[in-house]
Design a protein around this ligand. Structure first.
Ligand code: AGP
Length: 372
């Protein structure tokens, strides 16, 4: 009913709007007075976590994209090798696992069969399993050695939105916790990142208040035959997520690419007017990477692409190459997906609605996939 949707037309729009609160709730009570991260639901000892010499992150769909972002953060902060793998592929590859391997499984529902089977395989091989989950008491957290719950609240729409952003927050917290207990980061360094995380709900509110242009753009793109998404570093999983949302909801062809891979093949897809969504990294800190994406944007534009450029506030130099500019608030590079994903959620939702689809219940899909 309309009341259940809180006045929004779709649960998805309601859940997109709830994201600032969902992030704040997931961060609540996680920082001690001494600037240390508290993961109270984690039953592994600090010593267990110090013994970890390899991290695997295993998940499906959108949760897998959260895992891809986590890999960048964990390797950068913790300096432990970290691999991300689709749950449906993981165990069949016979991965090398033992007591000192930490397997992080990410699942909104906690009931995804592929992820559950991967978790069981990891446990059989004696790996430690830590679940990130949004559903209290579901099967995946019950079978894991430890769990960090995201406090996103119930997600009704089939397309994952607030669960994704809170999964990112949980991944950041785990990365910072590992870095701290292993002595790779000092408490004040951790607290500085947490402070930036705590600022994201407000930034996100500002961003959400200014999405009218994105809605208009969506109406304009509803007849496109394909939309391509490119990004680098943490912008790459954001590109994949933008494409997944569009396929899932609008039943349109869409693909996400690492921007640097374009020239190795996919650039042939670009034709006069092909919409290409470009996720531009922050100019701060990683200037080189940003400049590379800017040249990728020029490359696609030279071949006729219509560029939709997502960039940080204050980065005016990309304007010249953007047919449409979407500006997001500033964040440190690793946290940027908390901002850059959101316009892509709205884009997919509005394109799907403009095409007359049931946004909350796309065809052929279930909220949780309990078959392998
Ligand atoms: C996301 O929009 C999808 N509905 C889907 O990819 C989902 O993220 C995937 O099935 C994993 O679900 P889970 O997080 O509940 O395990």
């Amino acid at each position: 009913s309309a009341a259940e949707k809180g006045g929004y037309e779709y649960f998805m729009l309601k859940e997109i709007a709830e994201q600032p609160q969902a992030i704040a709730d997931t961060l609540l009570g996680r920082l001690s007075d001494r600037g240390e991260i508290i993961l109270d639901e984690v039953r592994l000892t600090d010593q267990d976590l110090r013994d970890v010499d390899k991290v695997f992150i295993v998940a499906c769909g959108t949760s897998y994209h959260a895992g891809m972002v986590a890999k960048y953060a964990i390797e950068h902060w913790v300096r432990i090798p970290c691999e991300v793998e689709l749950a449906s592929e993981f165990r069949y590859r016979d991965p090398i696992l033992d007591r000192s391997t930490l397997v992080i499984v990410i699942s909104q529902s906690g009931e995804t069969m592929d992820t559950l089977m991967a978790l069981r395989h990891a446990k059989e091989q004696k790996a430690r399993v830590l679940a990130i989950c949004n559903t209290n008491g579901s099967t995946i957290p019950r079978e894991s050695d430890a769990v960090l719950y995201t406090h996103g609240g119930p997600e009704i729409a089939v397309a994952s939105t607030k669960a994704f952003l809170t999964q990112l927050v949980a991944c950041y917290l785990i990365g910072l916790h590992l870095a701290q207990i292993r002595g790779v980061m000092y408490a004040d360094e951790v607290a500085a990142v947490v402070e930036k995380l705590q600022a994201t709900p407000d930034s996100l509110r500002t961003l959400l208040a200014g999405m009218e242009d994105v809605r208009a753009l969506a109406r304009d793109l509803k007849t496109a035959s394909t939309i391509l998404f490119i990004g680098r570093h943490v912008g790459f999983p954001v590109a994949l997520e933008g494409a997944l949302k569009l396929k899932e909801l609008a039943y349109m062809h869409a693909e996400g690419f690492a921007a640097g891979e374009l020239k190795h093949g996919p650039i042939s897809l670009i034709d006069e007017g092909t919409p290409v969504v470009c996720v531009v990294p922050s100019p701060a800190g990683r200037g080189v990477m940003r400049d590379k994406v800017v040249s990728n944007i020029q490359e696609v534009r030279a071949r006729g692409a219509r560029t939709i450029v997502i960039t940080e506030e204050g980065d005016d130099s990309v304007k010249a190459f953007a047919d449409h500019l979407i500006v997001v608030p500033r964040t440190p590079t690793l946290l940027a997906p908390l901002m850059t994903t959101v316009p892509l959620q709205i884009l997919a939702c509005e394109i799907a609605a403009a095409r007359g689809h049931d946004v909350d219940q796309p065809r052929n899909l279930a909220k949780s996939v309990t078959v392998e």
